[in-house]
Design a protein around this ligand. Structure first.
Ligand code: FAD
Length: 317
């Protein structure tokens, strides 16, 4: 297997999710990272630390804005140049657009929402949840190159201590690829780590009773140095930002500690957090499904327990 892994970056940082995909690809065969945009060369060099023997960089100004079509041009040229048989992406809004565009351009098969990749008898097989994440199905490809969009956060980056040879390449862009321009880009201001990166997540559900009660979780997360997550029920209700939603249609997270507060533990939430190291659940209903898969369960009212927990953590510090 000779794969190219699209390494998305924002500013000076390579996305953790795409580095996780690179580590996975390197464990299965020959893997090269691809960074696109001004400054790509310096970022590409970092791919070696995560298992890539080689990294490709295209610094063309046409790749400055995070728009998909010029990236499709650059990647399709690179697939042709390298003869790569597999192109992998860590899911994001941009990566999904680029992967779909590349599939159309190369007339290639794209498996999306892949949660694992294995080699079976020399063939690459993807694992993909189906039927509301209640079953895992094996997916394959009937043509080359094989394209896959990996669910965000399922693979952790593994530092290999290696280094990558960086090769710069040029790309030409179709007229239609450069028609779109980025009009405006805004950034959400947030303090503390994001839920994708946090080692500790304190997550809240409908059991909080009101959006104001999220301040209890923010205080506990602040004391623990963690981030606040949420269920779909509360983000749909407008209680907390969509960017914090954990689960099937939200983000997949795997912190060392996940504290679920007033969360029932529906399957669609569980699939996004079941990879956490230790799961603590606080729920007033002893029969809540979350008690079937948590490591420590506390039956009680979050409004009473969470402030006490915050106080205890602060006192210990
Ligand atoms: C296609 C699809 C995709 C979905 N994707 C997602 C997803 O990505 N993420 C997600 O989270 N959900 C998702 N859902 C929704 C999911 O099915 C659940 O409806 C949702 O997770 C429930 O959220 P909740 O636990 O906050 O609310 P509820 O299920 O209403 O649970 C609230 C819990 O709080 C407890 N409680 C109430 N008051 C207190 C209190 N004072 N103290 C302690 N405990 C209290 C209750 O006992 C209850 O267990 C999806 C659903 C579908 C159909």
């Amino acid at each position: 297997m000779r794969s190219l892994v699209f390494l998305e970056h924002h500013g000076e940082e390579l996305e953790k999710g795409s580095l996780g995909v690179l580590s996975k690809a390197a464990s299965l065969g020959e893997a090269a990272g691809v960074v696109l945009g001004p400054g790509a060369g310096a970022l590409a060099a970092r791919a070696g630390a995560f298992g890539a023997a080689k990294a490709y960089a295209c610094e063309d100004e046409a790749l400055s804005a995070p728009l998909p079509q010029p990236r499709v041009d650059a990647l399709s040229a690179l697939v042709e140049k390298t003869g790569a048989d597999t192109v992998l992406f860590g899911a994001s809004v941009l990566a999904a657009d680029v992967a779909a565009g590349l599939a159309a351009r190369l007339d290639a098969g794209l498996n999306w929402d892949v949660t694992d990749l294995v080699l079976s008898g020399g063939d690459l097989v993807g694992k993909r949840p189906a039927l509301g994440d209640t079953v895992l199905v094996d997916v394959g490809w009937t043509s080359s190159p094989r394209l896959a969009l990996v669910r965000a956060g399922v693979f952790d980056p593994v530092e290999s201590g290696g280094s990558a040879e960086v090769e710069e390449f040029g790309a030409s862009f179709s007229d239609f690829s450069t028609l779109a321009t980025l009009v405006e880009q805004t950034q959400e201001e947030a303090s503390g780590p994001s839920i994708e990166e946090a080692d500790i997540i304190v997550a809240g559900g409908r059991g909080l009773g009101s959006p104001e009660a999220f301040s209890l979780l923010e205080e506990l997360a602040g004391a623990l140095g963690g981030a606040v997550g949420a269920t779909r029920a509360v983000v749909d209700a407008g209680w907390y930002p969509y960017s914090t939603q954990v689960g099937q249609t939200g983000k997949t997270v795997s912190p060392k500690l996940y504290v679920a507060c007033g969360i029932s533990g529906a399957i669609q939430h569980k699939v996004g957090m079941q990879g956490s190291g230790t799961i603590v659940a606080i729920n007033k209903d002893p029969n809540a499904p979350i008690f079937d898969f948590c490591d420590l369960g506390i039956v009680g009212d979050i409004h009473k327990i969470v402030p006490k927990l915050t106080e205890l953590v602060r006192n210990r510090q």
